[in-house]
Design a protein around this ligand. Structure first.
Ligand code: NAD
Length: 256
């Protein structure tokens, strides 16, 4: 197993991409901690995972909660080897309708949350001279025209650029930092955006989904497992010399 003996913390791990990543990493032998704001779902997920898995309710937009989360994970497992900064929020909004409230809501979790989770996790990894940070960005941060809104795209651009800065700062401690940029991925978040589009445009859901798949060169949307597979690789020994990179997993939507 590729992740035997490692411990991995996945933020936003109770649904979608985070949950698929938790399951995939557990299958590869990692001990899993799931952090999320959804208490009921965490309990359900920890029961499903079984074994040594651990759940913690934490809001990654709040620095005190980040500190409590990392402290709890290290107290429980004795170490932290991998953090997947996956928690993220958005909703569909036209460019001219973006207001301060939407901007702050999105950036608090997607940009500030990712930075301070990774910085706090690095404080545990540096003394051990090992660690893997995986940030879940988006092709929205690379100019994808179908983004939910411009504030979200900017928050994901921030994740891509702080991945490079963190990789530079932490390389001397043998810590790798990479990002994954998912394309359109079948999760609750994507579903809520497509539902709203179907309602606004009066188009059946099946047509919205078909349109989404049609625009993708490979001809299909991602399943959350497609992102999880890349996360497992980035956490494995095979990726030990890869750092500062952002990888698109999007069926060819954005080729850069
Ligand atoms: N689904 C897509 O098409 C898509 C595409 C590109 C990028 N992404 C990114 O992938 C990541 C996961 O998205 P998803 O589609 O699985 O979403 P999702 O809504 O299915 O799951 C997100 C999880 O994060 C949790 N969460 C939200 N705010 C939180 C907070 N403040 N603290 C802790 N947990 C919080 C939610 O409770 C939920 O369990 C996000 O960063 C998203 O931006 C998704």
């Amino acid at each position: 197993m590729q992740l035997d003996g490692r411990t991995a913390l996945i933020t936003g791990g109770a649904s979608g991409i985070g949950w698929a990543t938790a399951k995939a990493m557990a299958r590869e032998g990692a001990k899993i901690a799931i952090a999320d704001i959804d208490r009921d779902k965490i309990e359900q997920r920890v029961t499903e995972l079984g074994g040594a898995s651990y759940g913690i309710v934490a809001d990654v937009g709040d620095l005190r909660e980040i500190d409590r989360m990392i402290h709890a994970v290290v107290s429980n497992f004795g170490q932290l080897d991998v953090i997947v900064n996956n928690a993220g929020v958005t909703r569909r909004c036209a460019f001219m309708d973006i207001d301060e409230e939407l901007w702050d809501w999105v950036h608090r979790v997607n940009a500030k949350g990712v930075f301070f989770c990774l910085q706090r996790a690095a404080r545990e990894m540096i003394p051990r001279r090992r660690g893997t940070v995986i940030n879940i960005a988006s092709i929205a941060g690379r100019g994808y025209p179908g983004t939910s809104n411009a504030a979200y795209a900017a928050s994901k651009g921030a994740v891509i650029s702080l991945t490079m800065q963190a990789a530079r700062a932490l390389a001397k401690h043998n810590i790798t930092v990479n990002a994954i940029c998912p394309g359109v991925t079948r999760t609750e978040l994507a579903q809520s955006i497509m539902d709203l589009r179907a309602e606004k445009e009066g188009v059946p859901m099946a047509e919205i989904e078909a349109q989404a798949a049609q625009g993708i060169p490979i001809g299909r949307m991602n399943e959350p497992e497609d992102i999880a597979a890349m996360a497992v690789f980035l956490a494995s020994d095979g990726a030990r010399n890869i750092t500062g990179q952002s990888f698109n997993v999007d069926g060819g939507l954005i080729m850069m």
